[in-house]
Ligand binder design. Structure first.
Ligand SMILES: *[C@@H]1O[C@H](CO)[C@@H](O)[C@H](O)[C@H]1NC(C)=O
Ligand SMILES: *[C@@H]1O[C@H](CO)[C@@H](O)[C@H](O)[C@H]1NC(C)=O
Ligand SMILES: *[C@@H]1O[C@H](CO)[C@@H](O)[C@H](O)[C@H]1NC(C)=O
Ligand SMILES: *[C@@H]1O[C@H](CO)[C@@H](O)[C@H](O)[C@H]1NC(C)=O
Ligand SMILES: *[C@@H]1O[C@H](CO)[C@@H](O)[C@H](O)[C@H]1NC(C)=O
Ligand SMILES: *[C@@H]1O[C@H](CO)[C@@H](O)[C@H](O)[C@H]1NC(C)=O
Ligand SMILES: *[C@@H]1O[C@H](CO)[C@@H](O)[C@H](O)[C@H]1NC(C)=O
Ligand SMILES: *[C@@H]1O[C@H](CO)[C@@H](O)[C@H](O)[C@H]1NC(C)=O
Ligand SMILES: *[C@@H]1O[C@H](CO)[C@@H](O)[C@H](O)[C@H]1NC(C)=O
Ligand SMILES: *[C@@H]1O[C@H](CO)[C@@H](O)[C@H](O)[C@H]1NC(C)=O
Ligand SMILES: *[C@@H]1O[C@H](CO)[C@@H](O)[C@H](O)[C@H]1NC(C)=O
Ligand SMILES: *[C@@H]1O[C@H](CO)[C@@H](O)[C@H](O)[C@H]1NC(C)=O
Length: 804
């Protein structure tokens, strides 16, 4: 190798007594190392003076230590800048300076070349290894090479400056596994062991797991040990794990590596086992189906439908088992085998089931390991036949009405319905359709023979049932009638009979008699076919009059509508009596003036009504059938005054009342009669009769005109006695009553005795009265006779009769 050598040039004169030696001879230092340069003075008896100097213009960056005849320069950490030429000078006593010299050269290598690209070599995938040598100093002098299997496999070295790179292409095969490959570099100039650096790597070729192998027993018996093994190649070494899939459900992870051991196998351990091998380059797996064998289990026997079955329906019995290995299943009813099959299931369908097919059914599963049985109870129920009859109970209905009975069965798919009726030959049972669960019986209830129970009968398989409706009839077509016998006259007894026709049933009826609100009696009816009746006797009293006597017939039978339950008739009690309380009233009631209007009203109480007559005196003014009669006098006259009678009569008698009609009028139509004459002889008496129409009776005054003396009379008669000629003059009568007055003036002439014959005077003066006598004595002479019945005016009877 062309490694350079440095040497120290020694200056050694022959006579010299001491020597300066600088070691090492060659200062060939590697950057980073610790190096020493020693200057040793030998042959000097005393302690020499030693100094160091640098020939290049650089300071010495190192520690210098001088001890005795030795001086040491120590480079703790060699740097490229430490390249220099060093001189060690020494002087021993008086001798000449001597010196030694060393040229320090510096080189640099990294610790080792760095090989990359070998970390992940995959089988068959081309790869390139790269070797880097960096920090090379001085670079131009460095070489690199690859060594493998002891052979050199140089490749072009690239690199500039301080870094060298060489690459090594490679497609890994299994043969490359474990192969050593080395990259080395050295200094061409200096050679020597120290200048060669190298790095070796051992190749490792990676590959994914290939075929996975699972081994073990695929069939184990319950309780045995299940042991499975798994193996797979690959680098890195594949990891092994186990999974199981039971009955095509999800995969479940298991514990285990190369070996999977289940100490005691159960059915739960059956399934598809999978060993999965995986490394960084991939994964692969293998499966093994393991069956765990044992006696049959989970044997079940199910019914479809599951609930209790009705007679006539069908049911399917399904027997299922889990059996590994597959064996045989048998379906039994009690001891009797119904069906058997090889496999794990057997079904049987029982149609139109009968009650005696109920009971316990067994499913028996067997294989070479054993037997397993399950059983179930088949319940067959009779049909819950329900019958509904509407209306139900007691139906009360009126004779002649229609009734519809509807019978409806439930709980049975095909019921048979029929009817039983009290009288044969009832028509009208209809069914909605042949198999309908509904039947309707339409009845026209015309006869009491149809009363009784109507029964609807239903049959369903082995079940029968019935419902009945009791029909009760009634008839209450009319209201009762009341008939009477006996007198209606007060105080006598009358009998009332209440009769109800065409009613039924008698025993359900009740008659109730009411007088007003008072209940008289309640009776069950007596039968007088075809009617029922009841009677009551009543003593006729006035207080009963106008009160209702009610006969109520009540039908006391359940189910009769309220409106049909009662019927009644009321008669108003008519108590007869003769007329009474007859009255005759005037309107207005007070005396009236002539010409005013007055109404006479005649009223009576009479049962029954008879006739009323209104009479004025003996004269009938008006009569009427009834209890009243009125008459109005639009302009009453004095002669209409007087007594009026109201006469009421009926079959039982007559009753009369009367009243006085008073008509007033001021005096009028006054006439004066003078008896015997207005011309009399002296000494004679004169009677003056005043007539006036007037009511109330007037006061009549007589005055001689020119003489204040006044005579008054209530009856209008004045007697002037023993007249003298001085009595000759004009006289005035003033007829006065409350309503007014009326006067008449007349003349009396009294002649002297000699001039008049005396015959007539005596005769004429017989009834006269002496003027001036008391009023009482005058009343004896004058007489007012009330003749209101005929004329309604007062007259002087005597005067009249005298004058007539
Ligand atoms: C210095 O030189 C003497 C004599 O040659 C020798 O004995 C001694 O070992 C040397 N010392 C060193 C450090 O080389
Ligand atoms: C090797 O050298 C190349 C080129 O100089 C450089 O790109 C690469 O990073 C180096 N690799 C290492 C590991 O030093
Ligand atoms: C590779 O080198 C290692 C040590 O560096 C050694 O133990 C091994 O035997 C070598 N391999 C081969 C195939 O030479
Ligand atoms: C294992 O059983 C499964 C079904 O459970 C089936 O798909 C698969 O093919 C079986 N594997 C083997 C190896 O028999
Ligand atoms: C019978 O089957 C039923 C329903 O499948 C199950 O609940 C019951 O445990 C079984 N009985 C036996 C003895 O296996
Ligand atoms: C009808 O049925 C009832 C029971 O609800 C019974 O008392 C009655 O005697 C029966 N009538 C007839 C006519 O059968
Ligand atoms: C006549 O009628 C009156 C009044 O109505 C009455 O007061 C009187 O008693 C009756 N007389 C008779 C006899 O009824
Ligand atoms: C009163 O006199 C008039 C005529 O002067 C006569 O029409 C009438 O009838 C008289 N009345 C009576 C009640 O005499
Ligand atoms: C009036 O009449 C009375 C009786 O007739 C008589 O006594 C009286 O003298 C008369 N007086 C005069 C003034 O005539
Ligand atoms: C008649 O008598 C009345 C009542 O006394 C009286 O008011 C009236 O003036 C008299 N008439 C004459 C004409 O004297
Ligand atoms: C007149 O009346 C008186 C008694 O009242 C009587 O005495 C006398 O005789 C009467 N004169 C004549 C003429 O009748
Ligand atoms: C008239 O009245 C007087 C008393 O006032 C009486 O004496 C006389 O008898 C009466 N005359 C008649 C006819 O009633």
């Amino acid at each position: 190798m062309a490694s350079a050598l440095f040497w120290i040039v020694l200056f050694s004169p022959t006579v010299l007594s001491f020597v300066v030696i600088v070691s090492p001879r060659k200062g060939f230092f590697r950057v980073g190392d610790q190096e020493r340069v020693v200057c040793n003075v030998t042959g000097c008896a005393q302690t020499p003076d030693i100094t160091w100097g640098a020939l290049e213009d650089k300071p010495i960056a190192a520690s210098i230590e001088t001890l005795g005849s030795e001086s040491v320069i120590t480079y703790k950490n060699v740097k490229r800048n430490d390249e220099n030429r060093l001189v060690c000078k020494a002087k021993c006593g008086g001798e000449q300076w001597k010196q030694g010299e060393i040229t320090v050269k510096v080189y640099e290598f990294p610790e080792v070349p760095v090989i990359t690209g070998h970390e992940r070599l995959v089988l068959g995938e081309p790869a390139t290894l790269t070797c880097n040598v960096s920090g090379v100093y001085p670079g131009q002098e460095t070489e690199m090479e690859w060594l493998t299997d002891g052979k050199t496999a140089s490749d072009p070295v690239e690199g500039t400056g301080n870094t060298l790179v060489s690459s090594f292409p490679l497609t890994p095969t299994h043969a490359d596994e474990g192969r050593n490959i080395t990259c080395r570099a050295w200094h061409r100039m200096w050679g020597g062991e120290k200048s060669v650096i190298q790095t070796s790597v051992t190749l490792s070729v990676l590959y994914g797991p290939g075929e996975v192998q699972v081994s073990g027993a695929a069939e184990v018996q319950v309780g045995d040990t299940l042991s499975l093994r798994c193996s797979a190649e690959g680098r890195p070494r594949p990891q092994l794990r186990w999974r199981i899939q039971r009955l095509s459900s999800q995969w479940a992870e298991l514990e285990g590596g190369q070996e999977l051991v289940v100490a005691t196998a159960t059915h739960a351990h059956a399934g598809q086992y999978q060993c999965v091998a995986s490394n960084t380059l991939g994964e692969s797996h293998a499966c093994l189906n393991v069956s765990v064998q044992g006696p049959p289990r989970n044997t079940s026997l199910t019914l479809s439908p599951p609930h209790p079955i009705r007679e006539g329906e069908s049911v399917t019995l399904s027997c299922r088992t889990l059996s590994v290995p597959v064996g045989k299943v048998r379906l039994l009813h009690g001891e009797k085998e119904l069906r058997s099959a090889v496999g794990s299931e057997v079904d049987i369908t029982l149609d139109d089931i009968k009650l005696d097919q109920a009971g316990r059914y067994h499913c028996e599963a067997l294989n070479r390991y054993g037997t397993h049985t399950n059983s179930t109870q088949l319940t067959v129920t009779a049909h819950p036949l329900q019958l509904e009859l509407l209306p139900v109970g007691v139906v009360t209905t009126e004779i002649g009405s229609a009734l519809s009975l509807v019978c409806e069965a439930s709980g049975c798919p095909h019921p048979q319905l029929s009817w039983a009726t009290p009288s044969s030959g009832v028509e009208g049972a209809t069914r909605d359709s042949a198999n309908s669960p509904r039947s309707e019986l339409s009845l026209r209830l015309d006869s009491i023979a149809q009363e009784g129970n109507y029964t609807c009968l239903a049959r369903c398989g082995s079940v029968t049932t019935s419902r009945h409706t009791q029909v009760a009839l009634f008839s209450f077509p009319t209201a009762p009638l009341v008939e009477r016998s006996g007198s209606l006259l007060e105080g006598e007894q009358s009998t009332f009979r209440c009769v109800l026709r065409d009613a039924y049933p008698r025993e359900a009826f009740l008659f109730r008699w009411l007088l007003g609100d008072l209940e008289l009696t309640t009776q069950t009816p007596a039968e007088t076919t075809p009617a029922f009746e009841s009677s009551v006797s009543v003593t006729m009293e006035q207080s009963l009059r106008g009160r209702p006597l009610t006969c109520e017939a009540e039908l006391l039978m359940g189910g009769v509508p309220d409106v049909r339950r009662r019927s009644s008739i009321a008669i108003i009690m008519d108590v007869h009596h003769p007329p009474r309380n007859t009255s005759l009233t005037l309107s207005p009631p007070h005396p009236i003036r002539e010409g005013e209007s007055v109404t006479l009203s005649c009223r009576t109480l009479s049962v029954p009504v008879g006739t009323v007559r209104l009479l004025h005196g003996e004269k009938e003014l008006r009569s009427a059938v009834g209890s009243e009669v009125d008459i109005t006098l639009p302009a009453a006259q004095l002669d209409q005054a007087g007594h009026y009678h109201c006469e009421a009569s009926n079959q039982y008698g007559t009753h009369t009342n009367s009243t006085q009609l008073t008509v007033t009028a001021p005096p009028r139509n006054t006439t004066v009669e003078v008896f015997p004459s207005q011309r009399v002889m002296e000494g004679e008496n004169i009677t003056i009769c005043c007539h006036s129409v007037s009511f109330p009776p007037p006061l009549v005054t007589l005055t001689k005109l020119g003489n204040a003396t006044e005579f008054s009379s209530h009856n209008g008669t004045f007697v002037l006695t023993n007249l003298t000629p001085s009595d000759t003059g004009d006289y005035q009568v003033n007829v006065t009553n409350d309503l007014g007055f009326h006067t008449q003036v007349f003349t009396i002439s009294v002649m002297e005795r000699s001039s008049v014959p005396s015959d007539g005077w005596e005769a004429l003066l017989i009834p006269a009265v002496v003027i001036g006598s008391t009023l009482a004595s005058a009343a004896l002479l004058l007489d007012f006779v009330l003749r209101s019945r005929k004329k309604g005016s007062y007259k002087l009877a005597k005067c009249n009769s005298s004058s007539a």
